[in-house]
Design a protein around this ligand. Structure first.
Ligand code: PEP
Ligand code: MN
Length: 328
């Protein structure tokens, strides 16, 4: 880290403070400034506070603010249940936004399995903007998801919204999803950090890539390195899609971390007509997989029908993605 200071400021006091904190500090004088070069682990240093020291002009981080997510994986193969993630790439996760009934999820499971999906999604605890909207079938929904996934040899994934429900999720699903709205729910992150279940961490729609990776850092710091990152669109000024899919952000995340990064084009698009193009673009760009909402009767869906693909269309999409996988 480099601290740029005015030559007339009291650098010595700051230097002593930093040396006492354990940093090696080198100073360089030139023109009307003094540069302090800090050597050591600066991830825990409060830049905001330091910048209030009189005479500090600028502070530049020369290293990433991570200790874990930017290091290579060391703990052996990434297993989801008994399956190796590496053998499934690109990972295709599909299913309805919400588990609506036992029959619905069983039927969709059959269709997405036939199409080539690896994992079945289905929300049981829904974080809806309106309290009047369908909130999910809760425990019963997770049981239906579990049996539908099992019946068709699929992995299962569902979103957790409350850390109290962790034992229930650990019993019922193979991957636990942290949704966009909870990306910075730090007590949830810490609790899932202690779990042995893989976590799919969605990017918050108003969060930077760095904040997203720092949330993954929480999980890793607490012991869980089985993390799949998921870009799902961010909020911008552009209303032609529900959110704006940030493929540049997906690539930036992939360049910074060894963690797999997948894309959810459904929540980004908000419209099923855009899902195919965004999926192709994501896979061509190098995403490690996709999470796609599929519903057999989208117009009757209890959530997110507008962005859900019908099973036939999903199957066609998976077939057409092969050509893009090869370029990946
Ligand atoms: C979902 O996957 O159904 C969902 C609510 O996604 P997000 O958290 O990305 O909005
Ligand atoms: Mn949804």
């Amino acid at each position: 880290m480099i601290i740029v200071m005015e030559k007339t400021s009291d650098c010595a006091t700051l230097e002593t403070y930093l040396t006492e904190k354990g940093y090696e500090v080198h100073s360089l004088e030139g023109g009307d400034e003094i540069l302090l070069h800090l050597i050591g682990d600066t991830t825990a240093l409060e830049i905001q506070s330091l910048s209030s020291y009189e005479g500090v002009r600028k502070i530049v981080r020369t290293k990433a603010p991570y200790r874990y997510v930017n290091k290579p994986r060391t703990s052996g193969p990434f297993l989801i249940g008994e399956r190796r993630l590496d053998d499934m790439l690109p990972l295709y996760i599909a299913g309805p936004c919400s588990v609506e009934s036992k029959e619905q999820i069983l039927h969709i499971a059959e269709k997405v399995k036939e199409a080539g999906a690896h994992a079945l999604r289905g929300g049981a605890f829904k974080p809806r903007s309106s309290p009047h909207s369908f909130q999910g079938l809760h425990k019963e929904g997770l049981q239906h998801l579990k049996s539908a996934a099992k019946a068709h040899g699929l992995l299962s994934i569902s979103e957790i919204v409350d850390k109290e429900d962790l034992p229930l999720f650990e019993d019922t699903v193979d991957i636990i999803q942290i949704g966009a709205r909870n990306m910075q729910n730090f007590s949830l992150l810490k609790a899932l950090g202690k779990s042995s279940k893989p976590v799919l961490l969605k990017r918050g729609f108003a969060n930077t890539v760095e904040e997203w990776l720092l949330s993954a850092e929480y999980l890793m710091m607490h012991g869980n390195d089985k993390i799949i990152l998921c870009e799902r669109g961010i909020r911008t000024f552009e209303p032609s899609s529900r959110h704006t899919l940030d493929l540049g952000g997906m690539l930036a995340a992939k360049q910074t971390t060894h963690l797999p990064v997948i894309v959810d084009p459904s929540h980004a698009a908000g419209d099923y007509r855009l899902v195919e193009g965004l999926s192709k673009a994501s896979i061509a760009a190098g995403a490690d997989g996709l999470m796609i909402e599929v519903h057999d009767k989208p117009f009757q869906a209890l959530s997110d029908g507008a962005q859900s693909l019908k099973p036939k269309r999903f199957a066609k999409l998976i077939r057409s993605l092969k050509a893009f996988e090869e370029h990946n």
